[in-house]
Design a protein around this ligand. Structure first.
Ligand code: NAD
Ligand code: MG
Length: 398
């Protein structure tokens, strides 16, 4: 029997890497559904190769998709639309595994639907967990979902933790001899830029990551270090620890993907070539291991590993994320929403690179923080934060 997989965000960077692994293991996995927001021709090519039962696209892309599918004689594939369509494939009874690889807040409801249906959920969409935090973790417990980290750092931490770590109640304190989590960061393309240089960097420069090939939004987040900030919050929720147990370590080679320190003086690291196929394959097959095309690490070739402290003067986003996690409640949702709006404005060349963190800070200071007691409250706050961030951007450019 094959495992039936639903890929939310199949045309993206993580979606493509996932398909690469599924292609390698047809005896283990079949594709039940794929979804995309754009790149409809590519989506139809995915349908041609993987023959899903259902495809989800926005309402205004249905006609285009129908035309491509007709040409490929794939008219029998069911087409669903919008958020309802995403939720319905994520919770479909025939689906065993959901790859949550939509970027941003748009992935929250479908990811949560997968969790609430008790699926094996491969979590790439970190923004969904940053926003919903405890609610998502509790839902996973209540519905016996297996929430497995795909983000390379969190996957590395998961691999370095004791097998039963996630089953232990912790309430902010690490257990089982764990003392600290060392979250590695490449430092992004501007690691050695001065503040003056950072002022004038362009979107094209920001999306060119030295080690990883990723979608535009996460690439900009890596350049501002907001990605590490979001990952810090992600780690606190996934592993139920307070933010002061997580130390960020800049490691420009991206060979060590993160580490766990133990009370006996041991530090365990997970290493590998920087290729998302490794954590995706790990989360897909866990606790087993399956083959990928990622070449084994050649340490003689790597030769040197460097480690430095992050500089939060040049990269304040990391500090803002830590503050938001410490403040708790709705602050991480406010941070995330403001960042999504600011990154989009930067990519459209409306604001400069350094404005991104300024917009986030301003939004955190102007949108009321409260208790994140329901998804509706979180979504309402997300909306308010987007409005506040947009009006700040408007002020900055006028
Ligand atoms: P991407 O931009 O390459 O792909 C995003 C996918 O989501 C696409 O299929 C797109 O069509 C779909 N999508 C975008 N907006 C949508 C919307 N409003 N509604 C529905 N679908 C939408 O992004 P990516 O790099 O693959 O990243 C996906 C997620 O994984 C992000 O949350 C990112 O932080 C996380 N992640 C990515 C990497 C990486 O190496 N790319 C690593 C770790 C974590
Ligand atoms: Mg990561």
């Amino acid at each position: 029997m094959t495992q039936s997989v639903c890929i939310l965000g199949a045309t993206g960077s993580i979606g493509q890497s996932t398909l690469k692994i599924l292609e390698q293991h047809p005896e283990k996995y079949s594709v039940f559904a794929v979804t995309a927001q754009s790149r409809i021709q590519e989506l139809s090519e995915i349908c041609k190769q993987f023959r899903p039962r259902v495809v989800v696209v926005p309402e205004n892309k249905v006609q285009e998709l129908q035309q491509y599918l007709a040409k490929l004689q794939l008219d029998h594939i069911e087409i669903l639309t919008g958020e309802d369509g995403l939720v319905s494939v994520a919770e479909h009874p025939e689906v065993d595994v959901v790859m949550a690889a939509i970027v941003g807040a748009a992935g929250l409801l479908p990811t949560l639907a997968a969790v609430k249906s008790g699926k094996r959920v491969l979590l790439a969409n970190k923004e969904a967990l940053v926003m919903s935090g405890d609610l998502m973790i509790q839902a996973a417990k209540d519905h016996q979902a297996l929430l497995l980290p795909v983000d390379s750092e969190h996957n590395a931490i998961f691999q370095c933790l004791p097998q039963n770590y996630l089953q232990i109640e912790r309430n902010g304190q690490p257990k089982l001899g764990v003392e600290k989590v060392l979250l590695t960061a490449s430092g992004g393309p501007f690691l050695n830029h001065t503040l003056e240089q950072l002022e004038n960097v362009t979107p094209a420069q920001a999306v060119k990551h030295p080690n990883w090939s990723m979608g535009q939004k996460i690439s900009v987040d890596s350049a501002t270090l907001m990605n590490k900030g979001l990952e810090l919050i992600e780690a606190c929720h996934l592993f139920s620890i307070s933010e002061h147990f997580v130390t960020v370590v800049v490691h420009p080679q991206s060979i060590i993907h993160s580490m766990v320190q133990y009370v006996d003086g041991s530090t365990l690291a997970q290493m590998g070539n920087p290729d998302m196929c490794t954590p995706i394959a790990h989360a897909l097959a866990w606790p087993e291991r399956i083959q990928t095309h990622v070449p084994a690490l050649d340490l003689f070739d790597v030769a040197t590993l460097n480690f430095t402290q992050p500089d939060t003067t040049r990269f304040p986003a990391l500090k803002l994320a830590r503050q938001a996690m410490r403040a708790g409640g709705l602050a991480p949702s406010i941070l995330n929403a403001a960042n999504e709006v600011a990154v989009a404005a930067f990519l459209e060349q409306k604001i400069g690179f350094l404005h991104i963190a300024q917009v986030v800070e301003h939004t955190l200071n102007h949108v009321h923080n409260g208790v994140a007691d329901s998804i509706d409250t979180i979504l309402e706050t997300d909306k308010l934060a987007r409005q506040a961030a947009s009006s700040r951007i408007h002020q900055l450019v006028s």
